[in-house]
Design a protein around this ligand. Sequence first.
Ligand code: TYC
Length: 102
Amino acid sequence: KKDDDGESEVVVKTRPKTKRPPLYKVLLLNDDYTPMEFVVHVLERFFGMNHAQAFEIMLTVHKKGLAVVGVFSHEIAETKVTQVMDFARQHQHPLQCTMERE
Ligand code: TYC
């Protein structure tokens, strides 16, 4: 059929663009020198864990080399990393904390 009325429709499906902001994993890395109790304290103080949770995650890092200690927005993740790195430096421990996009 000829489209001689110039009124053919093209219907375009749209979806509401509600893009969620990317999330970032905060990782704690193992080393040979930072005392276990210090790591447990860091996890309680900056990640709101109770003592049992903190001890469990610390042991995971100790055994596996690293663990995800939380997932946050970019800004919150950066703040956590800075807080942990500053606190470790203040106490002269080599503890390393980093973030990566989930
Ligand atoms: N491996 C350290 C020790 O034996 C303990 C430790 C655990 C260090 C976790 C860092 O992120 C860490 N004292």
